[in-house]
Structure formats: C-alpha cells, structure tokens
Ligand binder design. Structure first.
Ligand SMILES: Nc1cnc(-c2cc(N)nc3[nH]ccc23)cn1
Length: 285
C-alpha cells in the first residue's frame, strides 16, 4: 500500500530536527517520469535505529495518510527501506511547524481563526472517513502558505502524519503529550473516536496563545495530577473561543462536540478584530 522509493533516488540535505523516535532531514527525490532527472523537494523522516521494532507503526501512520488525500493532509510520496534505514518521504511544506511559527510571528485574530477552521474541516473529513489521527497538535500542523494581510491572502495548513502510535510509545512518552492526549487514551493507550476533539481543543489553545506550550511549567507528575483533578487549561479572554475549547476538552468523550458542531461554532465567531475586541470587552461599549 506504499510507493517504494529507491535509495539511490534520494538526495539527503540538512538535518531539521527530531520527533518521537525519528529524525527529519531536508532532501530531494529524483523523478523517473521524464527523461531529464527532475527532482522534487521532500522531507525525509527517518526512524531511529534503536526503535526499529516500531517500523510497522511508523509506516502504518504514514499509510493512513497516503490512503486518503485531502488538501489539508500532508502528502506522503512513499517509503524507502535501505539496509537498516526506514525512511518516510513526505512533501516539503515551506514554512514548517505551526508551533514554532506562532512563537516567532505576530498574526491577526482572523489569521488564527482561518487556521482553526481549516483544522476543523480536516477533522471533519477524517471523522467522516472514521479515521482517528491521534496526534493533533500545533507541532503537527505545517504552514504551506503564510498568508499576507496586505494582499489579503490567508494562511494554508497541512496536517502531518501522527507518527508512532501511542501503544508503542510507552506511558512516559504519552504522559509528555499532556494536555494534547485525551485522558481516555492515557488510560487505555488506545485511540478512541472522540480523542481528536480533545486534542483539537488543546491545539486551539496553542493557536490563540501565540504558540505558548500549554502546562509547560508542570513536570510529568503534575501533568498526571492535572488529569486526575479533571483540570482545565487557563481560559482565554475571548469567551466564545474559550467555551469551544472547554467543550472539546470535556473529560467524558461522548460529551465532546461533533466536528460539524465545531465548524458551526467557529463560523459563528465574529471575524473582524475590532468586533472580537469589542466582544471580549476590550473596547468601550
Ligand atoms: N513535511 C514537512 C515537515 N517539516 C518541514 C519543515 C520546514 C521548514 N521550513 N523547517 C523545518 N524545520 C523542521 C521541519 C521543517 C517541512 N515539511
């Protein structure tokens, strides 16, 4: 169920960092299609050698992404297995991960709302296909287009692959995913139908808090207690949005809104910054 890419058709570039049990590199792949070797810029995601036994989960995550295509889902070109190297070859998304972008860039409220709506539509697409992603967070949202307020172009995001499944990550790595990982997933180490809604709520919090890492001051024990006490993230000034976040981050999975309800809620939010400020009581009546 995967396009196999030959090792000799890959060109390796600089290291761009690492994920859970993986290293990512900039790179290129040679395309046989036409005579002259045309190359495509790619991201090469390599599974760490010591986690070789997770390669099934590694490729399963990617095959999930390559069985369905959607404009906001990252394109996976295929895999390349050579000696002990398991490599996933993904489309290269120009502006990288959203969490870093939000830390570095000032963006308008309507920019953030645009991104939130795109993610909600992607979740709806996955929900209708009965697919659970399992690792929704700003780090897994890639920015294909920055959007420019002057030329009124909006941002464009792509959801990355979920990476190694929680079942294989082990409890301590999953603990580190608090508050993105749904409480029931932490319990069972299995993905449930409603878990992406919880993660969506935590990701909304990141987007509207300038990429600040939620609960970054808490150590793993305190993070576990956060769930044991059924705590909620600090709420935003913008109450309508804070309401949506708390609806998504309900401890009872069945009480979380459907992705269609989430889309309706986002569409009901007023977009112009002036109106939002007014609604959040920042401006005089
Ligand atoms: N599928 C992907 C995933 N990450 C990137 C990316 C882009 C960039 N400008 N800086 C980066 N730094 C780390 C990753 C990355 C691109 N494509």
């Amino acid at each position: 169920q995967f396009h196999m890419i030959r090792h000799e058709d890959l060109v390796w570039g600089e290291s761009l960092g690492q994920g859970s049990f993986t290293h990512v590199y900039r790179g290129a792949k040679k395309d046989q299609r036409d005579t002259e070797t045309h190359t495509t810029e790619v991201l090469l995601k390599v599974l760490d050698a010591e986690h070789k036994n997770s390669w099934e989960s590694f490729f399963e995550a990617a095959s999930l992404m390559s069985q369905i295509s959607h404009k906001h889902l990252l394109l996976v070109y295929g895999v390349s297995v050579h000696k002990s190297k398991n490599v996933m070859v993904q489309e290269f998304v120009k502006h990288g991960a959203l969490d870093l972008y939000l830390k570095r860039s000032a963006v308008s409220l309507s920019w953030k709302l645009d991104v939130a709506k795109q993610l909600a539509c992607t979740l709806n697409f996955l929900e209708e296909k009965n697919i659970v992603h399992g690792n929704i967070c700003a780090k897994n949202l890639l920015l294909a287009r920055e959007g420019d307020p002057n030329s009124d172009t909006s941002p464009f995001i792509k959801l990355s692959d979920p990476g190694i499944g929680v079942a294989l990550l082990g409890k301590e790595v999953v603990l580190d995913r608090i508050p993105w990982v749904a409480p029931e997933v932490l319990e069972t180490l299995e993905l449930g139908q409603q878990c992406d809604k919880w993660s969506f709520g935590a990701t909304l919090w990141e987007i509207f808090n300038g990429g600040e890492v939620p609960l970054h001051r808490l150590d793993p024990i305190q993070k576990q207690q956060f769930y044991e006490c059924h705590s909620q993230l600090p709420c935003l000034e913008w109450t309508e949005l804070a309401d949506l976040i708390s609806q998504c981050m309900q401890y009872q999975p069945e009480l979380r809104p459907s992705s269609r309800a989430i889309i309706r809620h986002l569409n009901s939010l007023i977009t112009s910054d002036y109106e939002i400020l007014h609604a959040s009581g920042t401006l005089p009546e």
